[in-house]
Design a protein around this ligand. Structure first.
Ligand code: NAI
Length: 247
């Protein structure tokens, strides 16, 4: 068991994709207790792999939800819940802008604040940003702004929390093979060529290594950053896993 996983760890967006893979991986590593947050928690029932866990249903962007969550003594946090959002700036409605910011930035702020308030000395937080925190693409204004904001929010949190021995780091994946990519067009392509090939086709456009990340790879990177054994002197850093997309 890696140091730092013997206490409770919060994971937001834990019912799918990266969050779900992280929950399984941290349980395998021996996390004593997982606090799993999602607004759609259906698939969380078996996530704990026999480990004690709390499943909390709520919207991370809702301050009233966090007011009822007790994180006293939490030792780790994975600020992961997020949604995609597409639309060119000239077409994007204010409601669509707000929908993305409400989860990806307001939700990250509220999750991070709740975790920091309850966290004990020596704790560790990983925020899941994106390669879109750095790279501009057409049609992702709200998403990219939310992830750029999260990146800097985490860096400020790292500076503010250092005196308490709390580390805050960021992971910035390129594409990850999760349900976030599902759409009628993508699902039709999966039916034609299979899931891996459909993802590889998207990756082929701009990812030099030619493939997306598996959620399990990102989960292992999150565990690496969370651990005081491997990264005890790492804070405010950004780990990019993007197959060379940012090159
Ligand atoms: P996903 O769609 O598979 O999982 C996201 C989970 O977050 C879902 O279970 C969903 O119910 C939950 N969630 C969404 N909004 C919520 C809210 N307001 N309150 C509570 N729960 C909420 O997506 P994925 O890919 O696992 O995404 C996880 C994080 O990784 C997100 O922050 C995303 O932006 C980020 N990311 C994903 C990439 C990808 O290519 N899939 C690439 C880079 C970053």
């Amino acid at each position: 068991m890696q140091q730092g996983f013997s206490d409770s760890i919060l994971i937001t967006g834990a019912a799918s994709g990266i969050g779900l893979a992280t929950a399984y991986h941290l349980a395998e590593l021996g996390a004593a207790r997982l606090i799993l947050v999602d607004r759609h928690p259906a698939s969380l029932a078996e996530t704990d792999s026999g480990r004690p866990s709390s499943v909390l249903t709520g919207d991370v962007g809702d301050p009233d939800f966090w007011a009822g969550v007790d994180l006293a003594g939490v030792r780790g946090a994975v600020i992961n819940a997020g949604i995609a959002g597409v639309g060119r700036l000239t077409d994007l409605s204010f409601d669509d802008w707000r929908r993305v910011i409400a989860t990806n930035l307001d939700g990250a702020f509220l999750s991070l604040q709740a975790a920091l308030r309850g966290m004990r000395e020596g704790g560790s937080i990983v925020c899941v940003a994106s390669a879109a925190s750095f790279k501009a693409e057409e049609g992702i204004g709200a998403y990219a702004a939310s992830k750029a904001g999260l990146l800097q929010l985490a860096r400020v949190a790292a500076k503010e929390s250092a005196a308490r021995g709390i580390r805050v780091n960021v992971i910035a994946p390129g594409g990850v093979e999760t349900p976030m990519w599902e759409s009628p067009q993508f699902d039709a392509r999966v039916a034609e060529v299979g899931r891996d090939a459909a993802f590889n086709e998207i990756a082929a456009h701009a990812t030099p290594l030619g493939r997306f990340n598996k959620p399990e790879e990102i989960a292992r990177q999150i565990a690496f950053l969370l651990s005081n054994e491997t990264c005890g002197n790492v804070t405010g850093s950004v780990f990019v896993s993007d197959g060379g997309y940012l090159l």
